[in-house]
Write a protein that binds this ligand. Structure first.
Ligand SMILES: NC(=O)c1ccc[n+]([C@@H]2O[C@H](COP(=O)([O-])OP(=O)(O)OC[C@H]3O[C@@H](n4cnc5c(N)ncnc54)[C@H](O)[C@@H]3O)[C@@H](O)[C@H]2O)c1
Ligand SMILES: N[C@@H](CCO)C(=O)O
Length: 353
């Protein structure tokens, strides 16, 4: 396959960054990866829908200003006709990057379902579908002979899901513990520097780290979804969010931060999943004041880190970007590379379109 056609569902920070990568690095990606990427459809609540089977002029849509809509363009419509576009566009791969809904994953679960049912591969950075409907969507992908990829759902572009599944296979993984949210880690660091919680959150929003509703970052529900994903994907569990106890960083006051600093400690929002001796898997999210000798103390800003506890290797810690538009767009690219690898090895078709 020398080209994949993409439908972008949601055209916010992450999918715009993917479009910019295609615009700015298309030639380089082609020579490094052996395929072209072309965008043939876009939908967004604010812009509407656009379908152009011969390829959308990426520079033109990236230059559109707030308040403009796709309605005036050939193949454009003022409404985000997600189901129609997902089912009827000529895309090989649907790229889902709408808001994460931590309650039921919708409408992203439907977006992924429609794409798989219409024989299109899916890549998503949206945590909802995999945390809240992962088993069913994976079965659907298998039924339709397409790939469902979601590397960016945990640690954005840092590829810890594939790392653990492929490189730690057979090592006897027993627990996963880490800093899994870039916004809250950034905010805690800025509060150490004297900013208020609200000002620090505003900075994280400006940098593209925060969820559309940053309560998910601050109150821990974003990490709760990631703990469910890690437990189910890597520890063979079947957890739901109700199984994962959750406390967010809003309980940490400026005084708590100063008090921890006087003892050489730093507050971190820690998400963990652990297999107990009886085989059950537990999950938890809570702020912890970690001491200087803790491997996660030095992880600052939007950087995240995960410590994998294994029977044969002991602890293996991986750190890298946990949020950010370009970093997360890279996760989508890494998923497309994984899809290409399956297509080239004959495991799946380009798409069933
Ligand atoms: N930004 C990050 O650092 C990061 C990292 C990892 C994962 N994610 C996840 O990736 C997804 C996208 O993140 P983002 O930063 O681009 O968010 P964003 O808020 O910048 O963009 C989301 C876009 O989706 C559009 N949208 C929402 N609902 C829609 C619908 N029903 N139909 C069509 N369009 C819809 C919105 O209008 C918006 O433009 C989210 O689920 C987020 O949790 C983000
Ligand atoms: N809002 C999330 C994005 C990455 O999932 C974070 O700050 O970690």
């Amino acid at each position: 396959m020398d080209r994949y056609d993409l439908a972008l569902i949601g055209f916010g920070g992450v999918n715009r960054a993917l479009a910019e990568l295609i615009r700015d690095r298309g030639e380089r990606l082609r020579s490094e990866l052996g395929f072209d990427l072309r965008i043939v459809a876009i939908t967004d609540l604010r812009l509407g829908s656009l379908m152009q089977a011969d390829g959308i002029d990426v520079a033109q849509v990236l230059a559109m200003r707030a308040g403009e809509s796709f309605a005036g363009l050939v193949g454009g419509d003022a409404e985000a006709r997600n189901e129609y576009v997902i089912r009827n566009s000529t895309a090989d791969i649907v790229v889902e990057a709408t808001f994460t809904n931590p309650l039921d994953g919708q409408p992203a679960v439907s977006h992924v379902t429609w794409a798989l049912e219409s024989g299109k591969h899916v890549t998503t950075t949206n945590k909802g579908p995999i945390a809240l409907a992962g088993a069913g969507l994976k079965s659907l992908a298998a039924e339709y002979g397409v790939r469902f990829e979601y590397e960016g759902s945990v640690l954005s572009g840092t590829p810890i899901l594939r790392f653990a599944k492929q490189q730690l296979a057979g090592a006897g993984l027993t627990a996963v513990e880490g800093i899994l949210n870039g916004t809250s880690n950034y905010v805690l660091g800025r509060m150490e520097a004297g900013l208020s919680l609200a000002d620090a959150v505003a900075e994280a929003q400006g940098l593209g780290y925060a969820e559309a509703d940053p309560t998910a970052d601050i109150e821990g529900s974003d990490v709760q979804l990631k703990v469910v994903i890690l437990a189910n994907e890597l520890l063979g569990a079947n957890l739901t969010t109700a199984d994962v106890e959750r406390v967010g960083i809003s309980v940490v006051s400026a005084e708590d931060i100063v008090a921890a600093a006087t003892q050489g400690k730093r507050w971190k929002l820690i998400g963990s999943a652990r297999r107990l001796p009886d085989g059950t898997v537990t999950g938890r999210v809570a702020p912890v004041a970690v001491a200087a000798d803790h491997p996660l103390q030095g992880i600052s800003g939007a950087t995240n880190a995960v410590k994998f506890e294994t029977e044969l290797l002991g602890d293996v810690t991986v750190s890298g970007p946990g949020a950010g538009r370009v970093e997360t767009a890279y996760a989508l690219l890494s998923d497309i590379i994984a899809i290409d690898s399956s297509v080239r090895s004959g495991l799946v078709a380009t798409s069933a379109v």
